[in-house]
Ligand binder design. Structure first.
Ligand code: PLP
Length: 218
């Protein structure tokens, strides 16, 4: 059995205080997740709604759940009111569905816009060139709040390529943040980027939320 406690200590020691660790618990057992909670981590990320629901049912209620994977519109109703943040909003239709389901429940749902900065076809995410139009299209939605951006870097060890993706995303984040005056449903707070193999590069580029899975459990 791997030493989850030690893994967490190692990773935390590499993170500046203002960077939030989201422990990615997909495919992990309840027993393993409990070890993470024991270390004082209370932000957990899941990428599948079904798995999230099963775990949410049996784990403590004060966990802050993050949906980090591609979200289908017909699954939205199962997460509204139960999650802290949805990281993976990449279409106007999905944003509208989240807004509609939130409105039904009288809630405000916090979301991040997932950007596909690398342009890889295999990746979900909004093309950064479509971002201005996206923000305009959703500006009238009263039951979602855009809290920032999320991106997934390509699976590469090339530090320069990673840096490029992360600094580009950071620049887009800063630009929106500077220009939000008057837009009520945008409140740039979180820049979610960095996973086990690239979080150090992401943090250096200005990430304030890392999503780490294998590095905690293996
Ligand atoms: C699985 C996953 C992670 C964690 O990846 P690791 O390499 O295991 O740290 C982060 N973000 C998303 C969107 C994921 O699906």
């Amino acid at each position: 059995m791997s030493d989850i406690k030690k893994n967490i200590e190692d990773i935390i020691s590499k993170l500046p205080d203002d960077v939030l660790l989201v422990a990615v618990t997909k495919h992990r057992s309840i027993e393993e997740i409990k070890k993470v909670l024991e270390e004082g981590i209370s932000d957990l990320g899941e990428n599948r709604v079904q798995e999230f629901r099963e775990k949410q049912e049996v784990l403590p209620k004060d966990i802050r759940w993050h949906i980090i994977g591609h979200l289908q519109k017909n699954k939205v109703k199962y997460v509204i009111g139960k999650v802290f943040l949805i990281h993976s909003v990449d279409s106007v239709e999905l944003a509208r569905t989240i807004d509609k389901e939130s409105k039904k429940k009288g809630l405000m749902t916090d979301i991040l816009i997932q950007l596909n900065v690398s342009g890889e076809e295999s990746k979900f995410g909004l093309d950064p060139n479509q971002l201005d139009q996206f923000l305009e299209d959703i500006s009238d939605l009263g039951n979602i709040r855009i809290k920032g951006l999320m991106t997934i870097a390509p699976n590469t060890k090339n530090i320069e390529d990673l840096k490029d993706i992360f600094t580009t995303t950071r620049a887009i984040y800063d630009k929106i943040k500077e220009n939000v005056n008057g837009v009520t449903n945008i409140e740039m707070t979180f820049l979610s980027m960095g996973m086990t193999n690239d979080f150090d590069v992401a943090v250096e580029a200005g990430s304030n939320m890392v999503r780490i899975g294998s590095g905690l459990f293996e």
